[in-house]
Ligand binder design. Structure first.
Ligand code: GRF
Length: 196
């Protein structure tokens, strides 16, 4: 299974996929990494000898023009699956309709709880005892697509956003690798998931 992974930040989820894929037994390969900026996480791609590209929204007159270019860059690699791992942009409909359901995202909350870009902060502010991680198919909404897998993460008293997010990420990296593995070996059928 060939993957294109899209990131915006540090890329620890990307790194987990790169490390898993470095094992010849793992049935998926990261063929390219894309970003909306010169994300620090692109350094992981370089370290693993994986090509990368950046498509900055600021260089385009509209979101749809940005989306069209991002889609063109992704398609150059003919991926079987596109994985958004800390990609902090909403994909325009032109991208989602072209790629979904072979387009998944990882989100640091138990969707539908706490959608959006501040899920960890929102969970803390809500005072919940338990939050978690969701890997889902991206549909035309924001963090609304059908869930592939979720796992709970305890909130500890006195957690800062950073501490809770790090605890979430330790689970998230494992869950994302497992989700890609299940998709690669057919245990998860994305068309079936999306049709649910
Ligand atoms: C992840 O928790 C992801 O779910 C969220 O941002 C974080 C990105 O972390 N959208 P990293 O860049 O993979 O380290």
């Amino acid at each position: 299974l060939s993957l294109v992974v899209l990131i915006s930040g540090g890329g620890s989820n990307l790194r987990a996929l790169l490390e898993a894929a470095a094992d010849a037994e793992f049935p998926a390969r990261v063929v390219a990494v894309g970003s909306d900026t010169d994300a620090p996480g692109l350094a992981h791609a370089e370290e693993f000898g994986v090509p990368s590209f950046s498509v900055a929204p600021t260089s385009f007159g509209s979101r749809d023009e940005w989306g069209a270019e991002l889609l063109a860059q992704v398609r150059r690699w003919s991926p079987d699956l596109v994985v958004c791992a800390g990609f902090m942009r909403i994909l325009p409909p032109v991208v989602v309709s072209a790629l979904s359901p072979a387009l998944i995202n990882t989100h640091p909350a138990l969707l539908p709880a706490f959608p959006g870009a501040h899920a960890v902060r929102d969970a803390l502010a809500a005072g919940v005892q338990t939050t978690g991680v969701t890997v889902h198919v991206i549909d035309e909404g924001v963090d609304t697509g059908p869930v592939i897998v979720q796992r709970e993460v305890r909130v500890e008293p006195g957690d800062t956003e950073a501490e809770l997010h790090e605890r979430i990420k330790t689970v998230e990296r494992e869950l994302l690798v497992q989700a890609v593995l299940d998709i690669a070996n057919g245990h998860v059928d994305l068309k079936e998931t999306a049709a649910r």
